[in-house]
Design a protein around this ligand. Sequence first.
Ligand code: PLP
Length: 471
Amino acid sequence: MDHEIHELNKAETTFRTIIEPFKIKSVEPIRKTTRAYRERVLQDARYNVFRIHADDVMIDLLTDSGTGAMSSEQWAAVMRGDESYAGSASFFRFESVVRDIFGFKHVIPTHQGRAAERILFSIMCNPGDVVPNNTHFDTTRANIEFQQARADDLVIDEGHDTQSRHPFKGNMDVGKLEALIEREGTDRIPLVMLTVTNNSGGGQPVSMANIKDVSAVCRRHGLPLYLDACRFAENAYFIKLREEGYADRSVRSIAREMMGYADGCTMSAKKDGLVNIGGFLCTNDAALAQRERNLLILTEGFPTYGGLAGRDLEAIAVGLNEVLHEDYLLYRIAETQYLGQYLSDIGYPIVQPPGGHAIYIDAKGLLPHIPPLQYPGHALVAELYLAGGIRAVEIGSVMFGKVDPETGAETPAAMELVRLAIPRRVYTQSHIDYVIEACKRVWETRNELGGYRITQQPEYLRHFTCEFEPV
Ligand SMILES: Cc1ncc(COP(=O)(O)O)c(C=O)c1O
């Protein structure tokens, strides 16, 4: 077993084996399929895995968002859901848990993370404004740009280097932030964001020291700091493991300290809320909260349910406490590292070190014979499906390539990555071993894989629906 996992294990127990810290009470069958069957399915889906029925997928690593398994306590809480339109008891339970863990004064429920972002940015951003982040997730970028503002990524240089082993590759470059403030002026920067962990940067954590430094710059210039807190517990656990002075602190107190440097947060509870739908927006600013609630009523719902059912609020309240259990986080981070370690032992070039929720394979490094505009990431995604019924997602030129609307000429993306995202509490070690075995088969045939061309595509977000054929 790899050194890092061993270290993780040592921190918590004298046993070498890290067990899934749960028993299985309810099961969902996985339908086994053959390669010949999957070839037909993929062809019928025009080679786009988003178009495949989930029943035809054996291990679904498309995303870790909203795909986790709820606990028996969460299902029990669902039964307690109070569906009153106004003043629901479930809201007050939810609000008290969020306040207790996050420490912010005002808690506004939303149906998912992007709804919180839309409300926040439509109130705070004006055309021409700039919002810095370590790396914006697509929905934060899109919601900022929708306000005709600019979304700037200021992650440290190590965050761009797939092989750098910096322990906190999600950190923001504080020098770049100061330079941006100097250049643009504080009037044009309505808020600063930090995404913990940094999803678009490989799920890499942000250190407490960096959160503190960014916060100090913001306070000096009178700028509010917001955390995009989707994976706050995974980030807090990395701080405990990797940052000096935190080894003996509880993850809960680390999370609370992280939030203490910020003025508010956006949250997709579909990640570290351990639920299938839900989110929230927090702030310490009473006047801002009032404006946010007014907008919430217009698009999401009354402030005590905000686009969610009472039962959803109950499940989030339980999930937020469960995600801070350190045996859960030990298993969660070890599972991702285990997959990453075995893939790199096979020879896969992956983004190092493994982040919290996913492994990112460098498809350009794996398949150098496939040109970027024949989509090496897509070729790998297709082969993972054919070899093992595994669904992954391309994060490369299919997703981020730029097509000139006039000439149709295409510019490739900076990187050709494939993400294997691990749903929370869904798969056991044998499922991960199966993924590793399938990846080994793909590795052995890598030189025979060919590229793809796009035969049909929509104007926006083409990766969801476009059609391919093998070159
Ligand atoms: C870092 C980050 N921010 C925001 C979001 C948006 O959340 P949602 O999908 O709930 O709208 C996601 C979703 O994947 C995310 O990873």
